[in-house]
Design a protein. Sequence first.
Length: 294
Amino acid sequence: MEIDDCNRGGSREMEQDMTAQYFLPLATYPDASSGLIISNAVTFAGYYSAHLHACALTVAIPHIPNAWSSLLLDTPKMIEHAETVSRDRAATLVSSATNLAASAEVELSSRTVKTTLPLLHDTAATEARFFDLAILECIADVPDTRIVSEAIIFGSGRPAIIFPNKALAGPIDHLVIAWDGSRAAARAVNDAKPFIRKAKRVSVLSLTGEKPLPEPSGAHLAEILVASGVNASATTARFTSSSIGQIIQQTALELSADMLVMGGFGHTRLRDFVLGGATDGVLHEPLLPVLMSH
């Protein structure tokens, strides 16, 4: 019995001593990641004493073996220019991340990974699998940021925090959980544990009128969180619009949330991947930092 107690104590100590590892993918082509996401990632990693891993993704574009394309469009020169732009942007982004991390005294590792343009998003998802959490941005008028986010959320097996392009990272004092009793929501709550533990307040938000929910569902989760030592309570909002993602986010903002936690839902239909309404709405336009898990 004494050995078991000792082992349990050692496990708790190991868990407390583990440093969180955050992943920051940096796009370089066709669009480059913004300076704001680098600043937010460094600030966020600093708040949670995490090690930040910046990964610049450069592209290699296959040469087209076509004499006419070379003659009319000078394709080799265009390809060379695109690859040079990608490499230069990678160097600039990594330098920015290095300088910001040094100023903030955040531990940073950086690397550059070369991939082909068609495999860019799959490469980002593969790289993200090694880390505890990915830090992403979604910019409405830069479609590639959403494609990368979707690839990581649904292909990495890891949670991700999506920052809107207009918000600055800050402490997560009030955390709102979007709860519908689904497997994805349960997974998101588990993945959000490090932030739930440190939050001063947690609100479990359920929407009524959107789909049938067991009556005590959100309240029951809040009770379990309270039993775990979390300052948690349940709240509900009425579904009144076609954009469920906007309603969830607006309600979270009205509750003065610093971060929203939700499950990422998607399913295959024939050969297409179809996102759930709430997931699609959030990825289309995130209004606050959102931890999403699939």
